[in-house]
Design a binder for this molecule. Structure first.
Ligand SMILES: *[C@@H]1O[C@H](CO)[C@@H](O)[C@H](O)[C@H]1NC(C)=O
Ligand SMILES: *[C@@H]1O[C@H](CO)[C@@H](O)[C@H](O)[C@H]1NC(C)=O
Ligand SMILES: *[C@@H]1O[C@H](CO)[C@@H](O)[C@H](O)[C@H]1NC(C)=O
Ligand SMILES: *[C@@H]1O[C@H](CO)[C@@H](O)[C@H](O)[C@H]1NC(C)=O
Ligand SMILES: *[C@@H]1O[C@H](CO)[C@@H](O)[C@H](O)[C@H]1NC(C)=O
Ligand SMILES: *[C@@H]1O[C@H](CO)[C@@H](O)[C@H](O)[C@H]1NC(C)=O
Ligand SMILES: *[C@@H]1O[C@H](CO)[C@@H](O)[C@H](O)[C@H]1NC(C)=O
Ligand SMILES: *[C@@H]1O[C@H](CO)[C@@H](O)[C@H](O)[C@H]1NC(C)=O
Ligand SMILES: *[C@@H]1O[C@H](CO)[C@@H](O)[C@H](O)[C@H]1NC(C)=O
Ligand SMILES: *[C@@H]1O[C@H](CO)[C@@H](O)[C@H](O)[C@H]1NC(C)=O
Length: 630
C-alpha cells in the first residue's frame, strides 16, 4: 500500500526537518527549535509532491524502499510500573490475568431507553494489560474493565456522560469518543498529543461531555499509539426518539475487527523493520484473523461462534461497527437481504443490500427481518484481502457467527455451508455501493468559504539502512505526537496574533480564525486506500474521482454526510463541513499502522474561543508525567 521514492526530498531552506531530525537520531520534535512549521513545509512540499509524481508512475506495485525503527516509538522516557513484554514472535506474558469473554446477550441494546428523562450516566473504565484468546489463540491484550470488547455505552442524545478512566497500564493512554462533536469540550475528545496529554500510568482522568444532538451508532477507543489494536474498544450507542429511521423490534451492536496474535508495539517494530516486513518496506502487518463481538475462529480452534437467538418474524436493527485496525470487513447473513438505514450517525434513505463492506472505524445500521425458514444461519465478516501485501499462512479470512430463530438456542447451521455459502435468489442486491447512500432530508452542502488543499502519500525517506524510515505524509509532513504537551495545551500558552500556535515541525495545522464552510481538497497519491476520519465534525462528500483534482464537476445534490470515508488509491476527494466548533481536530487515516507512520493533519478552529476553555488544571499537570505514549 505504498508509493515510494528512492531518495529523501532534500530541504533547501536549512530548517530542521522531520527527516533530518530522525537521521540525527534525536528525540524528534523535542530536539528541534520551535519554528513556523508551515512555511518550511510549503517550501519543501512542492519538491516532495514533484518527487512523488515522478516516481508513482515507476513504482506502482513495486513497493520499493526501506524502513527502520522509528525514533518516537522508542522514547527514552521510561514507563513507570512493571511492564510485561511480548516478543516480536508473539510470545505472551505469563503473569497477567485472563480477559473475560462477553456473553452474546450483551449485544442486545435497550429498546426503551429513549423514553427516559435526560440524565447523567457515569462509568468507571479501568484500562489494563491482560492476556486473552478471542479466536482461541492466547495473546497479549490491553482492555477496559477486563473484557473484550469493552463495555457498551448507551445513552440518549440529551444525556451527559461522565467516564472516569483509570490507567493501570505501564504506558500513558487516552480514550476517544469517535465521531462526537464535543462542542465546547474539545479537551475531552481524547486524542493524545492533540487534545490532551496521555493519562499517566497509575492516574485517572474524568471525561465529561454531552452529545450535542449527535444520534446513532459509534464507538470509543484508545487514541494513543496503536493501543486500541490490542483491545481498548467498545460500542457507543446514542438513542433519540426523533431518529429518522424505520421502526424495528430489536436492536443489536455487532462489533467486527481484524485480529493480530502479536502485540501491537511488536508489530509496529516489524512494520518498521529494516528492509520491510517480508522484505518489502511499507507492508502493513497482515492480520491473523478477526472477531465478531470478541469471538473469532482460527485453525483447529474454530468451533466457538458469536451467536444470537432472535425471535421469528421480527425486524432487527444490527449496528455494524468496524473496531479493527487495518482492513474492511464485509458483513452478511446467509439467506437474508439487509436494509441499510444509518451510516456514521446519519440516517439514510433505506438501501437493500446483500452485504456491507465496513471500513475501519465506519458504522452502518442494517435492518434484518427474521422471515426466512426457521433455522440457524451463518453470519459472516470477511476480511478485505485486497489490502494484504504478503501471504500470512493460516490467516482466518472469514469470521463466522450464528444467527438463529424459531429453533433451539444451541442450533448450529449446516457446517457444509461454511465454505460453500448459499447465494441469495436471482435479482437480489449485492454489496452496498456507497454512492447509493442519501441522507434522510439531505440537500446540497453549503458553498465553501475556506479551502484547504493537501496530498496523501507514503514513502521511503532514504538514508542509511538502519536509519531509514517508511513514513506517511500529508503534503510533506509526517505527524509525530508531541511529547509532554498537546496541540491544544501548547496553543493555550502560545497564542500568536493570527491565532496560530507555535508547534513542532512534525505538526501540520491549518487555522480557521472565524466560522467558515471549510473545503478539504485531497489528492491521494498513494497506491493504497485510506479510511480517513475527521474529529468533531461530520463532512459532506461533494466530489471524488480518479486521478488528481483538476476542477472536475462536483455532485452536490444530496451528498452523503458522515465522519469516516475511504479515499481510494490514486483518487481525489472533496469534503465540506462547517468549522465553527472550537479546538484542535485531527483528520487522519484510521489504519493504525499508517497513523503511527504519520498520516494525520490538524485543524485549529476558532483559537480565540478555545483559548477561553476552562480545562481542568490536573489535565495540564498530567503532561509532566505522561511518559511513554505507545
Ligand atoms: C476515578 O477513579 C479513581 C480510581 O478508582 C478514583 O481514585 C478517583 O477518585 C475517581 N475520580 C472521580 C472524580 O470519581
Ligand atoms: C461535568 O460537567 C458539568 C458541567 O460543566 C459539571 O456540572 C459537573 O460537575 C461535571 N462532573 C464531573 C464529575 O466532573
Ligand atoms: C432530535 O432531537 C434532538 C434534541 O433532543 C436535537 O438536538 C436533534 O437535532 C433532533 N434531530 C432530528 C433529526 O430532528
Ligand atoms: C474450521 O477449519 C476447517 C479446516 O480448515 C474449515 O474447513 C472450516 O471452515 C473452519 N470452520 C470455521 C467456522 O471457520
Ligand atoms: C453461543 O453463545 C453462548 C453465550 O455467549 C455461548 O455460551 C455458546 O458457547 C455459544 N455457542 C457456540 C456454538 O459458540
Ligand atoms: C423477508 O423480508 C425481506 C425484507 O423485508 C424481503 O425482501 C423478503 O422478500 C422477505 N422474505 C420472505 C421469504 O418473505
Ligand atoms: C454556490 O456555488 C454555486 C456554484 O459555484 C453557485 O451557482 C451558487 O449560486 C452558490 N450558492 C450560493 C448560495 O452562493
Ligand atoms: C499543501 O501543499 C500545497 C502545494 O504546495 C499548498 O498549496 C497547500 O496549501 C498545502 N496544504 C497545507 C494544509 O499546508
Ligand atoms: C508553549 O510552547 C513552548 C515551546 O514549544 C512549550 O515549552 C510550552 O510548554 C508551551 N506552553 C504550554 C502552556 O504548553
Ligand atoms: C509500552 O510502550 C513501549 C514503547 O512503545 C512498548 O515497547 C511496550 O510494549 C508498551 N507496553 C504496553 C504494556 O503497552
Amino acid at each position: 500500500m505504498s508509493a515510494s521514492v528512492s531518495s529523501s526530498p532534500e530541504p533547501k531552506d536549512g530548517h530542521h526537518t522531520h527527516q533530518d531530525t530522525l537521521l540525527k537520531g534525536s528525540g524528534g520534535q523535542n530536539a528541534s527549535p520551535p519554528a513556523r512549521s508551515r512555511s518550511r513545509k510549503l517550501l519543501i512540499g512542492g519538491l516532495v509532491v514533484a518527487g512523488i509524481i515522478v516516481v508513482i508512475g515507476l513504482s506502482v506495485g513495486l513497493g520499493v524502499g526501506l524502513s527502520v525503527r522509528n525514533d518516537h516509538h522508542h522514547s527514552s522516557l521510561s514507563s513507570s510500573g512493571s511492564s510485561s513484554s511480548t516478543g516480536p514472535d508473539g510470545s505472551v506474558p505469563s503473569n497477567l490475568p485472563m480477559t473475560n469473554t462477553v456473553d452474546s446477550s450483551a449485544a442486545f441494546l435497550s429498546m426503551d431507553i429513549a423514553d427516559a428523562a435526560p440524565s447523567t450516566r457515569t462509568y468507571d473504565f479501568v484500562v489494563e494489560e491482560r492476556v486473552g484468546a478471542p479466536d482461541g489463540v492466547l495473546k497479549h491484550m490491553l482492555v477496559v474493565n477486563g473484557q473484550y470488547p469493552g463495555p457498551t455505552i448507551e445513552a440518549n442524545t440529551g444525556d451527559r456522560i461522565v467516564v472516569n478512566v483509570t490507567n493501570k497500564m505501564p504506558n500513558s493512554t487516552a480514550i476517544h469518543w469517535h465521531g462526537l462533536f464535543q462542542r465546547g469540550t474539545n479537551y475531552y475528545d481524547g486524542t493524545a498529543a492533540i487534545t490532551q496529554c496521555g493519562i499517566p500510568p497509575g492516574e485517572s482522568m474524568v471525561y465529561n461531555f454531552t452529545f450535542d444532538g449527535w444520534v446513532g451508532s459509534t464507538w470509543w477507543h484508545a487514541h494513543a499509539g496503536t493501543q486500541y489494536t490490542d483491545g481498548i474498544t467498545g460500542a457507543l450507542i446514542v438513542h433519540a426518539k426523533n431518529e429518522s429511521v424505520p421502526a424495528y423490534d430489536g436492536d443489536l451492536a455487532i462489533q467486527m475487527a481484524d485480529l493480530y496474535h502479536g502485540f501491537s508495539p511488536a508489530l509496529l517494530n516489524l512494520y518498521h523493520t529494516p528492509g520491510g516486513l517480508e522484505g518489502t518496506p511499507g507492508n502493513e502487518p497482515v492480520p491473523d484473523g478477526g472477531t465478531i463481538n470478541g469471538v473469532g475462529q482460527y485453525g483447529s480452534t474454530n468451533t466457538t461462534f458469536f451467536n444470537l437467538t432472535l425471535a421469528p418474524n421480527k425486524m432487527y436493527r444490527l449496528r455494524l461497527i468496524n473496531t479493527g485496525s487495518f482492513v474492511a470487513m464485509d458483513f452478511s447473513v446467509d439467506g437474508h437481504v439487509l436494509t441499510v438505514i444509518e451510516a456514521d450517525g446519519t440516517a439514510v434513505e433505506p438501501v437493500e443490500v446483500g452485504s456491507v463492506s465496513v471500513a475501519v472505524a465506519q458504522r452502518y445500521s442494517v435492518l434484518l427481518r427474521t422471515n426466512g425458514t426457521a433455522g440457524a444461519y451463518w453470519m459472516r465478516a470477511a476480511l478485505d484481502q485486497d489490502a494484504f501485501t504478503y501471504d500470512n499462512p493460516g490467516v482466518q479470512t472469514e469470521i463466522r457467527g450464528v444467527l438463529r430463530y424459531g429453533v433451539d438456542d444451541d442450533a448450529l447451521p449446516d457446517a457444509f455451508l461454511l465454505d460453500n455459502p448459499p447465494s441469495l435468489p436471482d435479482g437480489s442486491p449485492g454489496e452496498l455501493d456507497t454512492d447509493d447512500l442519501i441522507p434522510v432530508g439531505g440537500g446540497p452542502a453549503p458553498n465553501a468559504t475556506f479551502s484547504v488543499y493537501f496530498t496523501i502519500s507514503m514513502q521511503y525517506t532514504g538514508g542509511p539502512n538502519y536509519l531509514s524510515q517508511f513514513l506517511s505524509f500529508i503534503n510533506s509532513t509526517s505527524w509525530q505526537p508531541l511529547q509532554g504537551t498537546s496541540s491544544l495545551f501548547a496553543h493555550l500558552g502560545n497564542n500568536t496574533a493570527d491565532g496560530s500556535a507555535t508547534l513542532a515541525d512534525s505538526q501540520l495545522v491549518t487555522t480557521v480564525d472565524e466560522p467558515h464552510v471549510v473545503e478539504f481538497i485531497i489528492d491521494n497519491l498513494d497506491d493504497g486506500d485510506h479510511p480517513f476520519h475527521l474529529h468533531g465534525h461530520k463532512f459532506w462528500i461533494v466530489g471524488s474521482g480518479a486521478g488528481r483534482y483538476q476542477h472536475q464537476a462536483l455532485d452536490n445534490k444530496a451528498p452523503m454526510l458522515r465522519d469516516t470515508l475511504v479515499i481510494p488509491a490514486y483518487t481525489w476527494t472533496i469534503l465540506r463541513f462547517v468549522a465553527d466548533n472550537p479546538g484542535f481536530w485531527a483528520f487522519h487515516c484510521h489504519i493504525q499502522w499508517h497513523m503511527a507512520a504519520g498520516l494525520l493533519f490538524q485543524l485549529n478552529v476558532l483559537p480565540s474561543e478555545s483559548a477561553k476553555f476552562d480545562i481542568p488544571q490536573y489535565m495540564l499537570d498530567q503532561c509532566a508525567r505522561e511518559g511513554n505514549m505507545m
